[in-house]
Design a binder for this molecule. Structure first.
Ligand code: VGL
Ligand code: ZN
Length: 201
């Protein structure tokens, strides 16, 4: 059986000192590097949050405050600080992440009108990113998922992986939650387990 490692959004803006820093984010990088050393993955995929400067998930582009919510094209949208703007340092992968064995990169969140937490598709379930096609093309049946943030992009990537038919494992030690809402980390783990995600570590 072929397996892939999916590393979600390990980018400067989600790490220490970044525009949308996830507490403890930097601590997962050595763990992820070790996973890649100690396991033989058939594919290693990075996802990269990659927004145009006018992206509607930014509070600044809606005259809102960070933490408020709006309805964006029919779906609730949390208002984030400006982050992972295409071509900026914040959008780059963290320098300590070992990228030697990476076989594929998926950028998401490029359409200014809709956010894309999942590595598989946008939040409206309108456009696929190509990740499922890539994994199916390479006969991947099992995915292990790590990265940032556990309660947003990691959660939706995990639940979409289950929906797309993959045996899906989350490495608890390879992820951190941003927790902009109380108990969001706990709720996210509960949702993933209910969906059929196996939580490791
Ligand atoms: C993310 C909020 C906004 C994430 C991306 O990577 O979890 N969260 N954009
Ligand atoms: Zn984003």
């Amino acid at each position: 059986m072929k397996k892939a490692l999916i590393i979600v959004d390990v980018q400067n803006d989600f790490c220490e000192g970044g525009a949308l820093a996830v507490p403890g984010a930097n601590d997962i990088i050595p763990y992820i590097n070790l996973l890649m050393e100690e396991n033989e993955y058939d594919q290693i995929v990075l996802t990269q949050d990659w927004h145009p400067a006018n992206h509607k998930s930014f509070a600044s582009n809606n005259g809102k405050k960070v933490g408020e919510s709006i309805i964006l094209n029919g779906v609730p949208q949390f208002m984030w600080p400006d982050h992972c703007v295409e071509g900026t340092f914040g959008a780059e992968f963290h320098k300590d992440l070992n990228r030697e064995k990476v076989t594929h990169i998926v950028q998401k969140g490029k359409n200014p009108e809709i956010d894309s937490y999942s590595g598989f598709q946008d939040n409206n379930h309108f456009m696929k990113t190509g990740l499922d096609d890539f994994l199916k093309y390479h006969d991947i049946q099992l995915v292990e998922i790590v990265g940032l943030a556990m309660d947003y992009c990691v959660k939706f990537t995990c639940t979409d992986a289950v929906d797309n038919g993959y045996i899906t494992c989350l490495h608890f030690n390879g992820t951190r939650a941003v927790n902009v809402k109380p108990d969001n980390d706990r709720d996210a783990i509960f949702e993933m387990i209910q969906k059929g995600v196996t939580v490791l570590g």
